[in-house]
Design a protein around this ligand. Structure first.
Ligand code: ADP
Length: 350
């Protein structure tokens, strides 16, 4: 009875059942009519005629039923086979595969959602390829630097002194930071980062990160402004991750603000949100770059950012961390040369 599990036989069976029920009902009704309305002498010839008519009707209904069932089955099976074939080709790595969209509403909906899924997979694959390209490109710069130092030392062009090794160490540190950032990025994007939520005063974290970044702010100024000095501004988040985000924002502000510029970090709050605003008077961000700066490896000015040691994924990590804590980060700038403002918002506690 395995064939009853096949769609083809189920549809044909259903049609035949309708034909059988129709014929039986008609014969029963015709018989009743004949017996009640036809004089006894004419019953037999009328019955014979009715039976013949019923036989012809049953045959016609069977042929029509079979033809329509087979046609219907053909249409459904062709779409299903198309989808099955395409999914196999996608599984084999052909992400540009799409299925033909049939005319019927239901099958069209299935085909369209299949095509949407295929498109999403193609985009993911595209991002994966771009990511590998970007990672290779990012690793090449510090590796080329280390190779250059080693070749210089081997050829005797560079002096075998502590300074040379310190310069080399700088490149190694850059490599390590990139690898660490990549690892963090893959973990935050996969949602695998462990967060330790507590309720704490955001102003304490601001003081801590400002003390940490202060040595890097040589000639410029770094100001703090708090929403309230007396009352703690409580948030429910992971204090270390918040510090990591703020260090990244402040680090960028330092990196992209030329000498003599100013950086301000301040806390403000609404009823349900606490915001930390990092504002600088630096190089600013052009409107066309603004929507993309949170994307992996996106740099408004690639050469400048790379030489200043940025990995290009700091903001991507920061935004994912903010999201994981129920917050967000937004960027704003009035344009090149007009400074930038980054706002971290977090859910307020208490
Ligand atoms: P990077 O390591 O290159 O700084 P990020 O992800 O931290 O990477 O930042 C991405 C890009 O956003 C930077 O390359 C830079 O173009 C822009 N950017 C970030 N912060 C600032 C800022 N404070 N001022 C101007 N541009 C900024």
């Amino acid at each position: 009875m395995r064939f009853w599990r096949q769609l083809r036989w189920q549809i044909i069976g259903a049609q035949m059942l309708v034909v059988i029920v129709g014929v039986v009902t008609l014969s029963f009704t015709a018989n009743l009519l004949i017996e009640q309305t036809i004089p006894t002498a004419q019953v037999t010839p009328v019955r014979t005629t009715v039976i013949q008519a019923l036989a012809v009707a049953a045959l016609a209904a069977t042929i029509a039923g079979l033809t329509t069932s087979l046609l219907l089955v053909q249409i459904i099976l062709r779409s299903l086979r198309n989808i099955a074939g395409s999914s196999q080709r996608i599984a084999a790595g052909r992400y540009d595969e799409r299925v033909e969209v049939p005319a019927s509403d239901e099958l069209r909906a299935v085909a369209e959602s299949f095509n949407q899924m295929a498109e999403a997979l193609e985009q993911i694959e595209q991002r994966r390829i771009t990511m590998i390209g970007n990672v290779a490109h990012e690793l090449r710069t510090p590796l080329a630097g280390i190779e250059g130092y080693l070749e210089g030392l081997i050829d005797g062009v560079l002096p075998n002194t502590a300074d040379t090794f310190l310069d080399m160490k700088q490149e190694v540190r850059r490599l390590r930071r990139l690898v660490d950032d990549l690892q963090t990025l893959s973990r935050v994007e996969a949602g695998q980062i462990s967060l330790h939520f507590t309720t704490f005063d955001i102003n304490d974290v601001i003081r801590r990160v400002v003390a940490q970044i202060q040595p890097q702010v040589l000639d410029g100024c770094l100001q703090m402004q708090f929403a309230s000095h007396e009352h703690p501004l409580l948030v429910h988040a992971d204090p270390d991750r918040v510090a990591q985000i703020l260090l990244n924002l402040l680090g960028n502000a330092v990196r992209y603000t030329p000498e003599g510029g100013c950086i301000t970090i301040r806390s403000v709050h609404t009823n349900d949100e606490v915001q930390v605003i990092v504002e600088d008077t630096g190089i600013g961000i052009a409107a066309e770059h603004l929507p993309f700066i949170f994307e992996r490896f996106y740099r408004a000015d690639p050469s400048r950012a790379r030489t200043s040691g940025g990995s290009g994924i700091g903001l991507t990590i920061a935004r994912h961390l903010a999201w994981a804590m129920g917050g967000d980060i937004r960027a704003a700038s009035a344009g090149p040369g007009k400074g930038s403002t980054f706002t971290l918002s977090l859910p307020r506690a208490g």
